[in-house]
Design a protein around this ligand. Structure first.
Ligand code: ADP
Ligand code: MG
Length: 131
């Protein structure tokens, strides 16, 4: 059975997508002993930067997470390919709700939409829920 794919998405920036992706990856891999891959589809690349920093600081202990990047329709293909090899695949996405993030949403078993408790975050959530 393929692994589960979780996509973290929200068109507003700064709501905690990348932070949540990193925390979930560590939670499932270190605490639960699952094999976990992260797929960064945000060209900003903060999740990859976080992973490299982790590996630099912890050495071998910090490795063990699968990591790939993808953009556009490639995200769906890459996520499904990772799900054949890992128990859990976590997709981080750019702050958008347009066609660009659709493949990452289509690939997901569950889409997680983080938001801060503000009206503006709530309004920004509507387009992603529609997609
Ligand atoms: N649960 C949280 N509580 C407090 N601060 C948070 C939380 N999640 C993220 N942050 C902070 O909010 C900022 C934006 O987070 P980030 O994960 O980069 O958001 P996004 O990927 O949606 O742009 C960062 O400074 C991060 O440390
Ligand atoms: Mg981010």
């Amino acid at each position: 059975m393929p692994g589960k794919i979780f996509t973290i998405s929200q068109q507003k920036g700064g709501t905690g997508k990348t932070t949540l992706a990193a925390h979930l990856a560590i939670c499932w891999s270190v605490l639960d002993g699952k094999s976990v891959a992260i797929l960064d589809t945000d060209p900003q690349g903060s999740l990859g930067e976080w992973l490299e920093t982790r590996e630099r600081c912890l050495g071998e202990e910090g490795t063990g997470l699968g990591f790939r990047t993808a953009s556009g329709w490639g995200a769906r293909r890459e996520a499904r390919s990772l799900a054949r090899d890992f128990d859990v695949v976590i997709i981080d996405t750019p702050p958008k709700a347009e066609t660009e993030v659709k493949p990452a949403l289509e690939a997901a078993d569950l889409v997680v939409v983080p938001l801060q408790p503000t009206p503006m975050d709530l309004w920004a959530t509507e387009p992603i829920l529609r997609v």
